[in-house]
Design a protein around this ligand. Sequence first.
Ligand code: ADP
Ligand code: MG
Length: 698
Amino acid sequence: MENAKNIPEMFGCMVFGDSAMREHLPEEVYATLRRTIRRGAPLDIEIANPVADAMKAWAIERGATHYSHWFQPLTGITAEKHDSFIEPASDGQIIMKFSGKSLVRGESDASSFPNGGLRATFEARGYTAWDPTSPAFVRDSTLYIPTVFCSLGGDTLDKKTPLLRSVECLRNSARRLMTLFGKTDIGTINPTVGAEQEYFLIPEELFRQRLDLRLCGRTLFGARPPKAQELGDHYFGAIKPRVKAFMEELDEELWKLGIMAKTEHNEAAPCQHELAPIFCTTNTACDHNQLTMEMMKRVATKHGLVCLLHEKPFAYINGSGKHNNWSISTSHGINLMDPGDSPADNAQFLLVLTSMIAAVDEYADLLRISVAEAGNDHRLGAGEAPPAIISVFLGDELTEILDCLAEGRPYTKHDNGNLDIGASVLPKLPKDNTDRNRTSPFAFTGNKFEFRMLGSGASIADANTVLNTIASEMLDRISDRLEKTGDFKAEVKAIVSEMYRDHRRVVFNGNGYGEEWVKEAEERGLHNFPTAAEAVPHLVDAENVTLFEKHGIFTATELQSRCDIMLEMIAKTIAIEASTMLDMAKKDIRPAILFYADSLAAGMARRKKLSVSTISRAEKETLSRLTAIGDEIYDAIAALEEKAAAAAATENLAARALAYSRDVRAAMTALRTAADTAEALVSRDIWPFPSYTDILFY
Ligand code: ADP
Ligand code: MG
């Protein structure tokens, strides 16, 4: 076949992964590095020079001229600074050089990245340090080296460091529990993640015509289109050739980078799509998701398209999220979330399952905060994405099993007759407990948990840092008890029943989109933080600080700085949106309305000269409605300006974020409503930017 592509050969060809390392590194160096990568052994700095040499040679073969320390600051996106390999040689020529020192450490001005007061500007240096556990790769003539980013004093300034710490912490806790179950030959334990990514693709020429899309990534105005997603004809629908071409190129680019792009389909909203990779270890999954988002944007422009990763680019249709599928597995292939077939495994599984129920209930606020950002406020609880209330979906069968255990009732499996749920004979659990309840924020889906509240544009690092830490905390509490007990089996049963009894309020299998759930959740005493601004200040609540400090994930200072950064980001994001709206309303929308009203009035005047009877009622009424709506917009502009000024002047950070999120947004909604009414009245060729219909049905 002439045009058959050799995908296995293409896969990972731009990654300095295991096979490239084996091929290019001296044997002992390879073995040492592999120990660090596989088992988390401390990095032997002696190997930096030979590794740098090999990396350089390998990268140059792939067209690289530069290298870059690639890191993930608190902006949530990635950062890079490029240096070429050239160094002067004695004869006035140059040589291509890359030293171990340049590989291991880089310096960067940290003062321009969000740092929440952790860095005084007089000491603006930040350091990037090589993370050997994530492979280097070549893209666009540059060798990218994944790094962590911290301050001179060692405070973390990135999303990666706490994530790596949390992975290590969970590894230890999971190993401790498995050891208690007599399992010692288990290899490396890792939390695994598969992040399903939703996105929109729209034509670039239309994108360019809208200031709101260009500056904010979402539309701030737009009348309801005659058709949206009500027919359900886009979900899993046939993929347009232009989009298909995009997806094919994206897949190839991702495969070259060693990313296992697997499933692609159209999503519910028009122009909305999804890509799911095959899951892998957390650190890699986090880098891969960042790269996937970056590649989506790049590849889209090659096809005359723009990829929108905002959580809510358009009103009236679904926004985009990210489903974080999460589990814990050993390198020998044991998944701790797998119900399994043997009773002994079931006991361990039930412990792990209930530990997560407890973790999610006790630290629901942290999970909520881990997905808190201005953009995600438009999704959570808007009847399309999980609500802002955290609950766990288990499915009827697992719920019944745990109910029985907690209440001391015998469990009856419906098709298999009675099953004694004593500690020695725990039931065979349903393997295919595949959940189709899409309204739950945290669902057990067969052999993993699916955390569905993440925003589409967000880094998955925060959510996974919290997941790993709270899981680790609960597993440790269990091990503390099991290490002391004389009757292991009885203690297992006691722990499962007690933990479940104490935390079952968080289990909810019903419709998470319903109004009734909001009321019921309140009666159950569950948190409900509808907006990010309300949730974020709880990051520094005493029990959360204690948790993170205990596990060595964040210091109290680091947490406070992260809290401040998040609040600042919320305030700034909404401030930019408000300014953009004002700009569009004053310079585009009001002039368009005036122009149309003038042309109507001029036409009426011309006709009046002929005879009064030629002026239609429709023209008169349209003109008077336009005049009224024009005034309404004028007033709404003034009101928004006032609220935005008041919010900006609010000293206290939490109060400022709240003022933007409540008052400024309310004024934005009023302005939008008025402008959208005008859009529906004004002639199509006068309206100053493309409509929803133009964009969504291009
Ligand atoms: P859906 O949620 O649409 O039904 P799938 O069940 O196919 O989709 O899986 C969604 C994602 O979950 C995929 O990225 C898949 O690789 C990932 N996944 C499957 N098993 C695990 C696991 N044990 N740990 C983490 N992610 C997993
Ligand atoms: Mg899913």
